[in-house]
Ligand binder design. Structure first.
Ligand code: AVI
Length: 322
């Protein structure tokens, strides 16, 4: 436990409060207001997201786990032995357990997450479950630049793991840039195991982001609560509404917070004006066809080696090599 704490002290690249404030202010001052979705994930936000992943309506996590369960032998044999597994946005590392249990002699597991407490708890649990695997957590915004730790033992063939279809939360060009960064980090011989949500009927998509228990709405609104607590804004939460829909042209779910009145909010001495029904765009979640994703991967320097699907073809797990 002490080793993990010490490792986390050395590899703590938590974003500075100033960067946070600046990004939020810039987003709210745009003519079409927006907020970066990466800021959903403070402690409460991460817990709300965990609850989303367990919802009946949110098919993504369940389907990805089902593919993992059915194909784990094949997946781990494609990944090969002695790899250093690096997970981007590891959260509770639930899906990773399957991998860690079946991979042949993994050299180390490097979970990267922006939520420090979540990361620490998950790392401690993993160390108890798999004492033979070196766990090297990094607290960072994984889209930023940070150094990777060196594992104590042997080969450093790098395999990145990016499950959950989180790649869908990037617009196309940032997605390409992020994937190329991973390709460079992995280098020749390395690869990326990635979860990608697929295009499907609109009603199913709509339901996943408008769940009957209202957890997605809470998750979306919590972003404003976080700004009130951490940046001292004065958002009145019940004056904003969750609004999410599938936009078939660009092929994405758009999640918004809509102002339910003409109102003002204050941040860092600035006043931000909201018209009635004006929206803040808080997240996009792109859905792909296999062909579209193959093109995106190729533009980032990756070749699709293998694709695993569920029976309904809702979701894909793909192995890309450099
Ligand atoms: C993390 N990410 C893949 C989720 C998604 O489905 O885009 C975030 C989420 N937003 C609303 N529900 C879940």
């Amino acid at each position: 436990a002490q080793n993990i704490q010490a490792q986390l002290e050395r590899y703590d690249f938590t974003p500075k409060q100033n960067t946070f404030r600046m990004e939020i202010l810039q987003g709210l001052q745009k003519p079409n207001k927006e907020l970066p979705s990466k800021y959903f994930y403070d402690e409460v936000g991460s817990q709300l997201f965990d609850r989303i992943t367990e919802l009946d309506d949110y098919y993504l996590t369940r389907t990805e786990l089902e593919i993992m369960q059915n194909q784990i032998q094949d997946i781990t044999s494609v990944l090969g032995p002695d790899c250093m597994l690096i997970e981007y946005g590891s959260g509770r590392s639930i899906k990773t357990r399957q991998l860690l249990e079946h991979l042949k002699d993994p050299v180390a597991y490097v979970p990267i997450d922006i939520s420090r407490e979540h990361l620490l708890q998950a790392s401690l649990e993993l160390k108890q479950l798999y004492p033979q695997i070196e766990i090297l957590p990094i607290c960072a915004d994984y889209t930023s630049t940070f150094k990777l730790p060196r594992p104590t033992r042997g080969s450093d063939r790098k395999v990145a793991y990016y499950p959950g279809s989180t790649i869908g939360n990037f617009d196309r060009e940032p997605a390409r840039r992020f994937l190329s960064k991973i390709a460079q980090m992995c280098g020749k011989g390395g690869g990326l195991l990635i979860g990608v949500d697929l295009k499907k009927d609109f009603a199913r998509l709509h339901q996943a982001y408008n769940d009957r228990e209202g957890i997605t709405a809470q998750f979306n609104l919590h972003l404003l609560e976080r700004l009130n607590i951490e940046l001292g804004t004065d958002f009145v939460l019940d004056q904003f509404g969750h609004y999410a829909f599938y936009n078939p042209g660009p092929g994405r779910i758009e999640m918004h917070l809509v102002s339910l009145a003409k109102q003002q909010v204050h941040l860092a001495g600035e006043q931000i004006n909201f018209a009635n029904y004006e929206s803040i765009w808080t997240e996009s979640s792109y859905k792909y066809t296999l062909e579209e994703f193959e093109q995106l991967a190729a533009s980032a320097g990756f070749k699709v080696e293998q694709v695993w699907l569920d029976a309904r073809k809702f979701f894909s797990i793909q192995y890309l090599s450099v």
